[in-house]
Design a protein around this ligand. Structure first.
Ligand SMILES: [Zn+2]
Length: 447
């Protein structure tokens, strides 16, 4: 509902709106599943609740409302994660998943996009002089915003004529403004952030690294992450310390770092279990695509080496041997500006191919390495392996290949994050989540 009336009436209606919004956020804080709570915050309890108001009210009301909603969302996220979320962390959380954030759009960032696009689209639809005046008399706050959009700024100054040559249809689309503004916000944020924050955002913005965040926990228990795991993984994603007081590593008893890089790299903190969880998730996906997978590891090669899996017929009619590797890209020894995680993925792929390809071909097998980073990045050949699996599954059971491949990435990603979450929780608390990613049912369910 849009309040129309005196300033006093609109103010009181907006106050009521905010008062009705707060209890919903409080319910999220008490929600049993933090995994689901964060999803609800992202898709249905965030800025989308107030966007109709931000698109229609006068600017000063929009700005006040956006400030209130922003602070309520930031407080909720702080409470959920049990941390005092700094501005840089909140800004990172507010970036979209594809930009390495948490997809919790900040109403303050959305408000100018909503305001301008709604006026422009109203003008396009034959809006009246009042709409045009709203645009032309844009207050200073929006003038400074429009400095980043000089073409729009000069069009507005020239009277905001829809039929002018300069006018672009995109200007009437809120998502266009939001995307342009986010790209600028990311650049500015990177100028001021720490090296770690910058590196984390880049690592989590690669394709498929956020697919697991879209998995809705369901009757399949392996789609569930414990609240402690979700907290630890979210702090890691936001480049926040895991704990104020850092205990020694419970695996090797050496001093560990506050962010969890040691925990995710230490051999005695579940690196092998993490590898095995991804291997089992791949086995599961392959079997649910109608492929026969050799029990246990692949049979031994002449050298005695055994690839992790042997999947029948996936190697263009030949059996496909797969070897899995999951490394952590932020190990202190490799934590430099020069270190390129994508290059290190390619290096592991090259190494695995050198070790296995020749020997596998003597057995009549094809070979593919499945190489991942703990941050959810997959080697480019892993993507083609998953696409082949998806094509196979679709040929057996139907469906749409791209959607099936995305589900498969989400499933693999969730199993990887389940293990990483387990490692982080174990490293910093006494809690030991019981969930294991291995043996899950497929398909998973995405919203
Ligand atoms: Zn250790």
């Amino acid at each position: 509902m849009i309040p129309i009336g005196s300033d006093q009436f609109v103010t009181s209606q907006l106050q009521q709106f905010c008062e009705s919004y707060t209890p919903a956020l409080k319910k999220i804080e008490r929600f049993p599943s933090l995994q689901l709570g964060l999803q609800l915050l992202r898709v249905s309890l965030g800025v989308c609740r107030g966007v109709h108001l931000l698109r229609t009210l006068q600017l000063e009301f929009c700005q006040a409302l956006a400030t209130n909603l922003s602070s309520a969302l930031r407080n909720t996220l702080s409470t959920l994660l049990d941390i005092d979320l700094p501005q840089a962390g909140w800004a990172l959380a507010s970036f979209s998943l594809k930009n390495g954030g948490m997809g919790l759009q900040d109403p303050i960032a959305i408000q100018p996009a909503a305001y301008i696009s709604s006026r422009v689209s109203a003008l396009q639809a034959g809006g009246n002089a009042q709409v045009q005046a709203d645009l032309i008399l844009i207050p200073l706050t929006l003038h400074s915003y429009l400095q980043d959009f000089p073409a729009v700024g000069s069009w507005v100054q020239q009277g905001g004529n829809i039929s002018s040559q300069q006018f672009q249809n995109d200007w009437a689309k809120q998502h266009w403004w939001a995307a342009q503004a986010e790209a600028l916000a990311v650049r500015r944020w990177e100028e001021a952030c720490s090296f770690r924050e910058k590196r984390c955002r880049q690592l989590f913005s690669v394709p498929h690294s956020s697919d697991w965040l879209r998995v809705v926990p369901n009757r399949d228990p392996t789609t569930h992450l414990s609240n402690a795991q979700v907290k630890a993984l979210t702090k890691f994603r936001l480049a926040m310390p895991q704990a104020g007081v850092v205990p020694p590593c419970p695996g090797c008893h050496e001093q560990q770092d506050q962010f969890g890089d040691h925990a995710l790299s230490c051999v005695q903190m579940g690196r092998y279990a993490r590898h095995n969880d991804v291997r089992e998730a791949l086995r599961n996906i392959s079997q649910h695509s109608g492929l026969h997978v050799h029990a246990g590891e692949a049979p031994p090669l002449p050298s005695g080496r055994r690839p992790d899996l042997l999947i029948d017929r996936l190697g263009q009619g030949r059996p496909l041997a797969v070897d899995v590797s999951c490394s952590h890209p932020l190990h202190p020894s490799s934590f430099t500006a020069e270190n390129d995680p994508t290059a290190s993925l390619a290096k592991v792929v090259h190494l695995k191919n050198a070790i296995y390809q020749q020997e596998c071909s003597t057995k009549g097998w094809a070979f593919a390495p499945l190489v991942a980073l703990t941050t959810g990045q997959w080697s480019s050949n892993a993507a083609s392996l998953i696409r082949r699996l998806a094509t196979w599954g679709v040929a057996q059971y139907g469906g749409e290949a791209t959607a099936v491949a995305t589900n498969m990435f989400a499933r693999l990603g969730l199993s990887l994050q389940n293990s990483c979450g387990h490692q982080l929780v174990r490293a910093f608390t006494a809690e030991d989540p019981a969930t294991s990613a291995a043996g899950s049912d497929y398909p998973i369910y995405l919203h």
